[in-house]
Ligand binder design. Structure first.
Ligand SMILES: [Zn+2]
Length: 264
């Protein structure tokens, strides 16, 4: 009799556990990215090592035209770090080093969801650290040669049906560390990048998309390293003028602008 009672009790407990687990699985947060509206495409063009000072030192007619036709602000970078990792993680999560969990260039996941976890994303990156930040990048193309910036590849990455496209360009940071950002090499690299902007701009116009150009940090014009100087946030295309850019903002505000654009 006692055995029967024990078996019955165990059966009830197991039934409760089973039902509880079924409820938890039925209502758990989906791990697949949330699709907002695929007609909204936002392209983040991230220039590693491009500060406002660096832009001012080189003739960039196409970048200037995009700034004039869109909206822009010169913003500060992460308050605690001028390394690439914390600043890209800031733009992808909206958090500073205090809360993002990213305080250097180590390959670790941020403590918060990135844009890659929130919407289907296509990524072209010339720094392998970017793919450390999420397992949910829909399409990833890594080009670590730095000089092989290929417009065909960029067009291919932009052309998918992903809502968010991140194009990370490393050549300026590479030239600043190798030759200095006052060198003809850095300036030639920026001139080259300026020449591809009309192609990206055409794509944005034809696809009713929005383009954001920003940077993780500037490049010190008196040496070979990073700078704490302000960097641009330039927004061009569909809905750009509906955003109010914080003049005293930070580069991590890019996260909130992208979320706002994707929700429109
Ligand atoms: Zn660097």
């Amino acid at each position: 009799m006692r055995l029967l009672q024990t078996c019955g009790f165990l059966f009830i407990i197991l039934t409760i556990v089973f039902i509880s687990l079924a409820i938890i699985f039925a209502f758990r947060t989906p791990t697949t990215p949330t699709v907002w509206d695929r007609s909204q495409k936002v392209i983040l063009l991230g220039f590693d090592g491009l500060g406002m000072d660096n832009i001012a030192s080189v003739d960039t007619p196409n970048l200037d035209a995009i700034m004039q036709q869109g909206v822009y602000a010169a913003v500060q970078i992460d308050p605690n770090s001028y390394s690439s990792g914390p600043n890209w993680a800031g733009m992808l999560t909206g958090h500073t080093t205090e809360t993002s969990g990213i305080s250097n260039n180590d390959c670790v996941k941020p403590a918060h969801e990135t844009l890659f976890d929130m919407v289907p994303s296509a990524v072209f990156s010339q720094w392998s650290g970017i793919k450390c930040y999420s397992d949910n990048i829909t399409r990833y193309y890594g080009d670590y040669q730095r000089r092989n910036l290929n417009m065909t590849t960029i067009l291919d990455i932009m052309t998918g049906n992903e809502s968010f496209v991140f194009l990370h360009v490393d050549i300026l940071d590479h030239e600043s560390h190798t030759n200095g950002s006052s060198s003809p090499y850095y300036k030639a690299a920026l001139t080259d990048l300026d020449s591809i902007l009309p192609h990206i701009q055409d794509f944005v116009n034809e696809n009713n998309a929005t383009l954001i150009i920003s940077a993780d940090h500037g490049s010190d014009q008196t040496g070979y390293g990073h700078s704490w100087g302000r960097v641009p946030i330039i927004i061009y295309g569909k809905n750009a003028h509906t955003l109010r850019l914080a003049r005293s903002g930070r580069n991590r505000d890019v996260f909130s602008y992208i979320v706002q654009l994707l929700e429109r």
